[in-house]
Design a protein around this ligand. Structure first.
Ligand code: GTP
Length: 350
């Protein structure tokens, strides 16, 4: 099934780092380019102040009064469903709260992609460079660890507020983030000013390759929130400083497979048990040729689990595989082989 999927981008970054500043610029760019962006805005408070900065004609869904990664699972999926159904956007930006753990959001979006025509394209993390530097030199507490996690999950990293840093200090922050995430492309920005074709290219690259999604197993295990952090905003100085650094390939990928055929459950289990170790997470909704029920399939930390389900509405047989630098072709070829075997067995049984 080759349905055009809505590209989803997660905007991550600590409180006040410049996410909304980036969002408004991205919306202007994509709107002018004739695309239809939509936004899911998550705020800890009950009022969406940042939403005021987004043009009223841009479809927006608000998740207020809590952090997406702590609130009840499914809220984000519902918001995605409503936007996709009611507004038919080309792309969706999810602006998380500054205290959100991106791994949880990645998980919810990939869950939603099993049921909806959406596809997570990238995690873009905006870093308050002066704040990160200060924390690295002083407290290294919860906020610091959360920033580290947000940086590790990114495909694209903006070292923002570079107008507030001297060159040497900037180099220190640069070394720090590259140590945590050597795969993301890193860009120095002032007021989150970035060449938007970089975001578009993440998109274009993914037309040919599996979708690029930032993330580290390590980061998942260290899940921590910095809800006690303070929100320090710096005054603007306006000095333009925009350096571009190496553009490396995104390291974490998701491959989505739509099944044309029910497969044999035992053969599928065997396939999963032999997945390359670079694939560390998979999930799906499947029909098997040898069972009457459909199953929700989960695979994490090399453990698999199958639970009977009756999905609401029309849901295709689909599985998503998430991992680092694995070959999408190997996974696809093995699954196509399983599907072909079902057909052969059905014919020979006649
Ligand atoms: N000096 C300076 N200020 C900036 C820069 N980028 C953003 N700001 C300011 O920083 C403040 C926070 O920016 P936002 O874009 O609202 O940050 P945010 O990440 O959306 O903030 P939260 O919604 O609280 O998480 C605003 O006052 C911006 O004008 C920058 O590069 N330099």
């Amino acid at each position: 099934m080759s349905q055009k999927r809505v590209a989803v981008y997660i905007l991550s970054g600590f409180l006040g780092s410049g996410k909304t500043t980036l969002l408004t610029k991205a919306i202007d760019y994509f709107t002018e380019a004739g695309r239809k962006p939509a936004v899911i805005m998550n705020e800890i408070g009950e009022v969406n102040l940042d939403g005021q900065l987004v043009a009223s004609e841009v479809p927006m869904s608000e998740l207020l009064g809590g952090c997406i990664c702590c609130s009840s699972r499914g809220d984000l999926g519902l918001a995605l469903k409503d936007l996709v159904t009611d507004e038919q956007p080309n792309l969706i930006f999810i602006e998380s709260t500054g205290i959100a753990n991106p791994m949880e959001i990645i998980d919810e979006v990939t869950d939603a992609s099993l049921l909806l025509p959406v596809e997570l394209k990238a995690v873009i993390t905006v870093v308050d460079a002066p704040q990160l530097l200060e924390l690295s030199r002083t407290s290294r507490g919860k906020t610091y660890r959360l920033m580290q996690e947000q940086i590790r999950c990114a495909n694209l990293l903006l070292l923002n507020k570079t107008d507030l840093l001297q060159t040497e200090a900037l180099q220190e922050v640069d070394a720090l983030v590259r140590d945590w995430n050597s795969y993301a492309s890193v860009h120095y920005t002032v007021f989150s000013q970035i060449d938007m074709t970089l975001i578009e290219n993440l998109d274009a690259e993914d037309e040919r390759q599996p979708s690029a999604v930032g993330g580290h197993e390590e980061a998942h295990q260290e899940h921590e929130h910095g809800h006690d952090a303070d929100d320090e905003h710096h005054p603007g100085h306006g000095r333009e400083e925009h350096h571009e650094h190496h553009h490396s390939h995104s390291h974490v990928m998701a491959y989505t497979h739509f099944f044309e055929q029910a497969v044999d459950s035992h053969a599928f289990e065997e396939f999963v048990s032999k997945l390359p170790q670079e694939v560390y997470r998979a999930k799906g909704i499947l029909s098997f040729s040898d069972t009457s029920s459909r199953f929700l399939f989960q695979y994490a930390y090399r453990e698999m689990d199958f639970v009977k389900i009756t999905p609401k509405g029309v849901v295709p047989d689909v599985a998503v595989f998430i991992g680092e630098n694995f070959s999408k072709d190997v996974v696809r070829t093995a699954l196509l082989k399983l599907e072909a075997e079902t057909t052969v067995n059905a014919v020979s049984a006649e």
